[in-house]
Design a protein around this ligand. Structure first.
Ligand code: N1C
Length: 289
C-alpha cells in the first residue's frame, strides 16, 4: 500500500516539475473545482475522515452515509440561482454531516493555516476544519450555475449585487453551526499584530460570536500571537476590538480571558518563523550553545 506521506511527496515532486517545465497552470491553478470533481473530492474526504483520520470516533458513534451527505450538499445549491444561496439552504446537509465535538473548540480569524497546526487535528483543539463539515470543503472553491460545470468560466464573486454565493452560504452555515454547538470553555486564536485584531466583516465576528449561546458557553479565551511585542503593547488590555468582544461576551454572561503569546503557541509559531521579532530570544539561546 502506498502511504499518504509518499503520495503527498510524489504530488509535490510532480507539481514542482510541472511548475518548472512550463507553467501551463495559470488557467486552472487557483480556480474552482467543477461539480464532478467536487463530488469525487467530497465523497472521498468523507470516507477518509470517518474510516481513517478519526476512525476510532466514528466506529463508536456510527459511520455516516457519504452518498447521502453528497446528495444533501449538492441539492443545497446546484439548481439555485448562483448569487442566491443563503446559509439556510445548507441546513439539511449540516444536520446530516454534523457530529459531536470531542474536545476544546478553537475559533480563529486570519490565521487559518496556523490554527490548523496549533489544533493538531484534535490533539490540542478542534477547529471547524477539523470537523467533518469543514474537512469536506476545506480549501476548495466551488459554485453552482454554469461555472459549476465548467472550470474555464469564473464563479460569481461575493459582493453587494451577489450577496449569497454557494461558497459564502456554505461557510456561513458551517460557522454558525460550529458556534451554536460551543459548550464550556472555548478559545479563539487571533493575530495581535494585525489592526484591527478582529475585523467587523470577519466570519468570526459576523457569524460565530453572535451564535455563541449564553448558558452553554462558560468562557472564551483569546489566544494572541503578537509578533511585534515591542510595538503592540499589552493588546489584551489595550485593543478596542478585544474590548468589544469582552463586553459582548459579558453581556451573554460568558467569561472573557486573554492570553498573549502563550508558551505552546509561541513555540509552534517560532519553529516556522525563527526570524520573527517574537522569536529573537530563541536565536540568542541557540547562538550561545
Ligand atoms: O472571516 P474569518 O477569518 O474570521 O473566519 C474564520 C472563522 C473561524 O473561527 C472558522 O470557524 O470562521 C470559520 N471559518 C472557517 O473555518 C473557514 N475555512 C475557510 C470561516 N471561513 C472559512 N474559510 C474561508 O476563509 C471562508 O471563505 C472565509 O471567507 C475566509 C475567512 O477567513 P478569515 O477572514 O481569515
Amino acid at each position: 500500500m502506498v502511504g499518504r506521506g509518499h503520495f503527498i511527496k510524489s504530488i509535490s515532486i510532480l507539481s514542482v516539475f510541472v511548475l518548472r517545465s512550463s507553467c501551463a497552470c495559470t488557467a486552472d491553478c487557483g480556480s474552482h473545482v467543477t461539480l464532478k470533481e467536487l463530488k469525487d473530492i467530497v465523497t472521498g474526504r468523507c470516507e477518509d475522515f470517518q474510516k481513517d483520520v478519526h476512525k476510532e470516533f466514528f466506529c463508536q458513534t456510527g459511520f455516516k452515509d457519504c452518498g447521502d451527505i453528497w446528495t444533501k450538499f449538492e441539492s443545497s445549491f446546484v439548481s439555485k440561482p448562483p448569487c442566491n444561496v443563503p446559509a439556510d439552504l445548507f441546513s439539511n446537509f449540516i444536520k446530516t454531516a454534523d457530529h459531536d465535538i470531542p474536545g476544546k473548540q478553537l475559533f480563529w480569524s486570519k490565521l487559518k493555516g496556523f490554527a490548523q497546526k496549533y489544533s493538531n487535528n484534535w490533539e490540542r483543539y478542534i477547529t471547524l476544519e477539523d470537523t467533518l463539515i469543514g474537512y469536506l470543503l476545506d480549501g476548495l472553491k466551488f459554485c453552482g450555475g454554469q461555472a459549476g460545470l465548467n472550470s474555464s468560466l469564473s464563479c460569481p464573486v461575493h459582493n453587494r449585487t451577489c450577496p449569497f454565493t454557494a461558497y459564502e452560504g456554505f461557510w456561513t452555515a458551517a460557522s454558525e453551526n460550529f458556534a451554536k454547538k460551543a459548550v464550556g470553555n472555548i478559545y479563539v486564536l487571533l493575530n495581535a499584530t494585525q489592526d484591527p485584531i478582529i475585523e467587523d466583516t470577519s466570519f468570526f465576528w459576523k457569524y460565530e460570536f453572535p451564535n455563541l449561546e449564553a448558558g452553554s458557553v462558560d468562557s472564551m479565551t483569546a489566544l494572541l500571537i503578537n509578533d511585534s511585542p515591542s510595538k503592540k503593547i499589552d493588546p489584551c488590555s489595550n485593543d478596542k476590538t478585544l474590548q468589544k468582544l469582552k463586553s459582548g461576551l459579558i453581556a451573554k454572561n460568558i467569561r472573557f480571558e486573554c492570553n498573549e503569546n502563550p508558551r505552546d503557541l509561541v513555540l509552534i509559531y517560532c519553529a516556522e518563523r525563527p526570524s520573527a521579532e517574537l522569536c529573537n530570544f530563541f536565536n540568542i539561546e541557540l547562538k550561545a550553545v
